[in-house]
Design a protein around this ligand. Structure first.
Ligand SMILES: Nc1nc2c(c(=O)[nH]1)N[C@H]1C(S)=C(S)[C@@H](COP(=O)(O)O)O[C@H]1N2
Ligand SMILES: [Mo]
Length: 421
């Protein structure tokens, strides 16, 4: 039940009847929403029809809109240029609505005319070629559901200046999932005749940041695609309209948006985006380079800050898990600070390199505790503790923070982002 909803007799009696789960969860969710909404609620339309069986409703419309009682919002950071985060705590299922997909762009969102757009593929190829958008669409298309995550996601869970009043959106909101439609890069590479000894290619964007990354050609022969569709329609400008490189399971940055050029080579190009940035400093003064794969990770999205559990009893712990290496095999949840781990239910269908929702019914006894989740993927990789991650990478690392996230539950039911160490 949303807090905007008019209390009616039946709602009140339903609420008192269900002294447990639904009413409480609803109230907590409503609280969370209002705490996260950056923009004021859409006032004009929040008037409910008093008896919808007596008055005809709105006519059909060319473009639909959300219920005015639902106000999910991306969280736009003004301190760092070009970041907005997905409201993970407001969403169910695997797919992120396209208008809530997270954004990360280093020089704004360009407006590109699809009629003049082209993609050049050249370098170590037999037949260098420019492809218009229409050309790309003449090849067989493929639609696949994949998550996309910025490798800087979750920095606040790792760094020393962690705060207890962080929401799932603030912690890990640089994660979204879409069904992407496009052409397999292997098809285009065969079309231009990529040389056998071409082991890398440069991907270049046509925005003002002219993002350039070196990608191993093996990813193209595997599952890379040039995507022009997102959740059934043209890809959004924020996601790279009219086309982007999509590297399933690999760090967001390498998924170059507004893609205009691919250059085949026998070595990486060592661009500034993979030397000064997007390489991970290690404790021994070396750095991990080309750390493309996103390691398995999970996050409880309910209950989470700023939810206040309305008393002991049954609550469904819910969250999302994903792995850049394959499918989620298992998610384990602890409700006693990490002593015991219980297998969560995974929502079907479990797809590789795609968000998987999990849930576990929990009978809270009213005592303060800590809850957390741990993902295991089908390579057997287990999401590490923050201590294990710090030991492996050092404390100065800047990317790939996939450690276990901990939520504290206070005696009053208040949930806060816990001490990860
Ligand atoms: N051309 C271009 N591609 C880009 C970027 C950019 O600034 N310009 N940002 C990168 C980063 S850091 C990330 S995390 C992803 C974000 O993709 P999204 O905005 O569709 O979520 O795009 C990547 N591709
Ligand atoms: Mo990113």
């Amino acid at each position: 039940m949303s807090e905007h909803e008019r209390p009616s007799k039946s709602a009140i009696s339903r609420r008192s009847l269900l002294a447990g789960a639904a009413g409480i969860a609803g109230a907590a969710l409503a609280k969370q929403r209002s705490a996260n909404a950056e923009e004021p609620a859409d006032k004009e339309a929040t008037q409910a029809t008093s008896d919808p069986t007596k008055v005809p409703g709105r006519p059909a419309s060319a473009v639909g809109r959300r219920s005015s009682f639902e106000q999910p919002r991306r969280l736009v950071s003004n301190s760092v240029g070009g970041v907005s985060r997905t409201p993970l705590q407001d969403l169910d299922g695997a797919i992120t609505p396209a208008d809530l997909h997270y954004e990360r762009h280093h020089a704004g969102v360009p407006e590109i005319d699809p009629a003049t757009y082209s993609l050049l593929i050249h370098g170590m190829v037999d037949r260098p070629r420019m492809f218009t958008l229409a050309d790309l669409k003449r090849f067989p298309s493929t639609s696949q559901t994949y998550f996309l995550e910025c490798s800087g996601n979750g920095g606040s869970a790792f760094s020393g200046n962690r705060r207890p009043n962080l929401t799932p959106q603030q912690i890990d909101g640089l994660l979204s999932t879409s069904e992407w439609t496009g052409v397999a890069l292997s098809v285009l590479f065969r079309e231009v005749g990529v040389h056998e000894n071409a082991t890398w290619f440069l991907a270049e964007g046509m925005d003002a940041s002219v993002m350039t990354r070196s990608i191993p050609t093996s990813k193209a022969w595997d599952d890379a695609m040039i995507a022009y569709g997102q959740n059934g329609e043209a890809i959004r400008p924020e996601q790279g309209y009219p086309a982007r490189l999509l590297l399933p399971g690999w760090e967001g940055n390498a998924n170059v948006k507004w893609i205009r050029r691919l250059e085949l080579s026998d070595r990486p190009f060592m661009t500034r985006w993979e030397t000064s940035k997007y390489s991970d400093p290690l404790a021994d003064d070396t750095a991990r380079m080309f750390s493309f794969e996103m390691d398995a990770k999970s996050l409880i999205t309910y209950p989470a800050y700023p939810t206040v559990l309305n008393g002991p009893g049954w609550h469904e712990i819910r969250g999302v898990a994903w792995s850049g290496r394959g499918s989620i095999r298992r998610v384990e949840v602890s409700t006693d600070g990490g002593r015991e781990w219980n297998p969560a239910e995974l929502q079907k269908t479990i797809l590789p390199k795609c968000a998987t929702r999990f849930g576990l019914m929990w009978n809270w006894n009213g005592e303060p505790t800590a809850i957390m989740s741990r993902a295991v993927d089908d390579t057997g990789y287990v999401q590490p503790s923050v201590q294990a991650l710090r030991e492996a990478r050092g404390i100065g690392t800047r990317y790939h923070y996939n450690s276990i996230r901990v939520w504290n539950v206070g005696p009053d039911g208040a949930v806060t982002f816990g001490d990860q160490g």
